[in-house]
Design a binder for this molecule. Structure first.
Ligand SMILES: Cc1cc2nc3c(=O)[nH]c(=O)nc-3n(C[C@H](O)[C@H](O)[C@H](O)COP(=O)(O)OP(=O)(O)OC[C@H]3O[C@@H](n4cnc5c(N)ncnc54)[C@H](O)[C@@H]3O)c2cc1C
Length: 325
């Protein structure tokens, strides 16, 4: 085994970033001279293990037990560490989700391995894994090498495309919990869903973003942006200029110091196309730009462009989509 990928699941649904990491790991495992393994932990999660096979894992370790039904650091870390000790992979990769970050840190600590957290790229150099990490709030990118036999890394969502699922050629290896249920010190009392029901920005297939171009009436501008996003079942994004101006909260920021997104459709409204914004959305499949300046740099990366005032163009688009969809 050259790489082990932790597949994150919640209520039997894998998080999409798990497949992104697995797809990238597939291209690296060959260069590192070994098989690609995945680990799925939970209870009643065989479907996720089968899915991992279709996304390219050679071997999926399916570890199931009632004590593993809900995510808890201690028993989950014990499973991953047990697999590492048994199979000696060169690298263990985690999605950089809230849970993946926690788990990667504990596993790296317990095994005395180096951890590269929140990476945006991975490569193999001389048979060894290297990782790219944004540092100083995304102002610099560093390339990290690992000292020691084991590399542990967590990978930012949307850093890599979702691979195509194809025929499942690998095998599933089943086992049970490593820790006795009575030894686990964490207990889950309940789960509470967050209010809102908004489409998550990082998972959205369609994103409509607003920038400083809304300045003459920010409230109306972002209402128009949101209406367009809602009419398409998408999420709302923003440029940093719009966030810094207080038009919209930071959680919507796309870019080098915001979220990295990779939707099928990205509609940029009143956004100039600064390099730091492109860093977060430049890998979108289709980019549409609405900007009143025909020389705006965003038009250089846009597949389709509308030169015009967003306060006129955006509501016209929303009305048309509402009619047709
Ligand atoms: C270290 C660092 C990190 C950064 N990180 C990020 C980041 O994560 N994300 C990010 O977005 N930026 C980031 N920035 C900021 C980035 O450099 C730009 O300043 C920012 O992206 C500009 O936002 P904007 O395009 O909305 O504003 P502007 O550059 O001011 O562009 C506004 C655009 O709106 C157009 N416009 C104006 N009125 C209208 C109208 N009525 N209708 C249509 N178009 C109109 C204008 O022609 C213009 O092109 C970062 C900068 C630094 C230095």
């Amino acid at each position: 085994m050259s790489i082990l990928v932790y597949i994150e699941q919640f209520n039997g649904q894998a998080s999409p970033v798990s497949w992104e990491v697995l797809g990238k790991a597939k291209s690296l495992a060959g260069q590192m001279g070994g098989k690609l393994a995945a680990v799925v932990i939970g209870n009643g999660v065989e479907a996720v293990a089968n899915e991992a096979l279709t996304y390219g894992a050679d071997v999926v370790h399916l570890v199931e037990d009632a004590s593993l039904a809900a995510f808890r650091i201690e028993p989950y870390a014990a499973v991953v560490e047990d697999l590492v000790k048994a199979h000696s992979p060169k690298a263990v990769l985690f999605p950089a989700t809230t849970r993946g970050r926690d788990l990667s840190a504990v596993v790296a600590c317990d095994l005395g391995a180096g951890l590269a957290a929140d990476c945006s790229d991975l490569a193999v150099d001389g048979g060894e894994l290297t990782a790219v990490r944004p540092v100083f709030s995304g102002n610099m990118l560093t390339t990290v090498r690992f000292v020691g036999p084991l590399a542990v890394a967590s990978i930012r969502p949307r850093s890599f495309p979702t691979p195509e699922a194809d025929g499942a050629a690998g095998e599933i290896v089943r086992s049970g919990a490593v820790m006795a249920a009575g030894d686990i010190r964490e207990q889950i009392d309940s789960f509470e869903a967050t209010a809102g029901g908004e489409v998550s920005l990082t998972d959205a297939k369609i994103i409509v973003s607003g920038g400083r171009g809304v300045a003459k009436d920010p409230e109306l501008g972002f209402k128009l942006v949101k209406d367009l996003a809602d009419s398409l079942g998408g999420a709302m994004g923003a440029s940093r200029a719009a966030v810094d101006a207080g038009y919209i909260p930071y959680k919507h920021q796309v870019g080098q110091t915001g979220k990295t997104v990779r939707p099928d459709l990205y509609i940029a409204c009143g956004i100039s196309g600064a390099i730091q914004h492109l860093a977060g959305m430049g890998n979108s499949k289709i980019i549409v730009a609405i900007n009143k300046d025909p020389e705006a740099p965003i038009f250089q990366v846009a597949n389709y462009g509308v030169v015009g005032d967003l306060f006129e163009v955006v509501p016209a688009l929303t009305a048309e989509f509402k009619k047709r969809l």
